[in-house]
Design a protein around this ligand. Structure first.
Ligand SMILES: [Zn+2]
Length: 393
């Protein structure tokens, strides 16, 4: 943590949170425009009628509804380019907006599409991606966006980046700009009731990882830290219940709120090793983001234990009612608790269990570098990171 009190804090202009509040969608959408380009991520919402109900509300509010994309896996360059082409063909301009409904994939796709719709100085989203593209910047405000997260996990509704998978070289990279934060966020935890237990576990552990990493991050800041503590106090005691009983309103509310807070926190601080390696695990072993984070968080905390002992002890005291212990003991208790939570929720402990092979280690090390890893409290060299991953095989 930097001692000087100096920070920026970005957030959506309006956050509407509450059980059943999806019924306010029509009125909220009408504040953004008359034509909604919709990106849908969840087939369940189409199957169980939730989407039909929402579309009817938009139509009642005299908003034209145009389905622009559906996506059920993490977005790739071609997905974004296709969406951008669709938006260009529709001649988007004032009065048009994006509505994204689903998990992190749908929201990220919509955020990147909204940015490309108005920033036409690149050929492809690739030109804007950090580290692989031409380094083009988002200069024009994207189309306004209304984000409705439904999986209670990623927090991407509150962040300024979208993570996109590139095939060659195989990496996951971000298109990022403070202009990309969605304008309006509508979180109705009731929509997450239909999320299956495994997805609930992985996305919930992603939110927990994001809260922890943003708290102990090299770029930690006071507002994100306050949000992270609150988010962890909600999520850590409730995640198991959300997985066990998906219909539990208090558990779903806690997880959806924690996820939103995790997005606000990470967008205004940073992340760490678990997220750095998770990106590489997604690319090289096809491990879903949340599961990859959950597999790496106990390892990441152990690696950072000595350099981040004080913030880890603070988290232990804030979340586990640890009182009298020394910082070292409190930090140890926190790490042990997180590791137990991951094990209890069925997270595999070894990388080989998700198909990682020894000959992939060098590629994993290269693929782990980037914005997330830069925030890690302890800076590891490539050989140190390789050795660490080898021990996790
Ligand atoms: Zn994450």
């Amino acid at each position: 943590m930097i001692d000087m009190l100096e920070y920026d804090f970005l957030s959506p202009s309006r956050i509407v949170f509450g059980w059943g509040r999806r019924r306010e969608l029509g009125a909220l959408a009408a504040t953004l425009g008359r034509r909604a380009f919709v990106v849908l991520g969840s087939r369940t919402l189409q199957r169980n009628g939730a989407w039909d109900e929402l579309a009817a509300q938009l139509q009642n509010a005299k908003i034209a509804v145009l389905l622009a994309a559906t996506i059920s896996r993490e977005p790739e360059v071609a997905d974004v380019d296709q969406l951008a082409a669709h938006l260009h063909e529709a001649n988007v301009g004032p009065g048009d907006f994006l509505l994204a409904l689903g998990g992190g994939a749908a929201l990220d796709l919509a955020k990147a599409g909204a940015a490309l719709a108005t920033n036409r100085h690149g050929q492809s989203v690739r030109d804007f991606l950090e580290g692989v593209g031409q380094g083009l910047q988002i200069t024009e405000p994207p189309l306004p966006m209304l984000a409705m997260p439904t999986t209670g996990g990623t927090g991407t509704e509150a962040t300024k980046n979208a993570v996109i998978t590139v095939a060659d070289p195989p990496v996951k990279k971000s298109i990022r700009s403070p202009l990309m934060v969605p304008r309006v966020v509508l979180v109705d935890p009731e929509l997450s009731v239909s999320v299956p237990p495994e997805t609930t576990a992985w996305t919930g552990l992603d939110a927990i990882t994001q809260l922890i990493e943003s708290y102990i991050c090299r770029f930690a800041r006071p507002i994100p830290q306050a949000l992270a503590v609150h988010g962890l106090q909600l999520a850590m005691p409730r995640i198991s219940e959300a997985v066990r009983d998906g219909t539990s309103r208090p558990a779903r509310e806690a997880m959806a709120h924690a996820a939103l807070l995790s997005g606000l926190a990470l967008a205004n601080s940073g992340l760490g090793l678990a997220h750095g390696v998770a990106a590489a695990l997604g690319v090289f072993a096809g491990v879903p983001h949340g599961l990859a984070c959950a597999m790496m968080v106990p390892v990441a905390l152990e690696v950072n234990r000595t350099v981040a002992e004080k913030p880890l002890a603070e988290l232990a005291r804030a979340t586990l009612q640890v009182t009298s212990a020394s910082d070292a003991a409190a930090a140890g208790a926190f790490i042990a608790h997180v590791a137990e939570l991951c094990a209890e929720l069925g997270v595999p402990a070894r990388l080989s269990q998700v198909g990682v092979r020894p000959d992939q280690l060098d590629a994993l090390v290269r693929g782990s570098r980037g914005n997330s890893m830069n925030g890690n409290p302890r800076q590891l060299t490539d050989p140190e990171l390789r050795e660490l991953l080898e021990k996790c095989l």
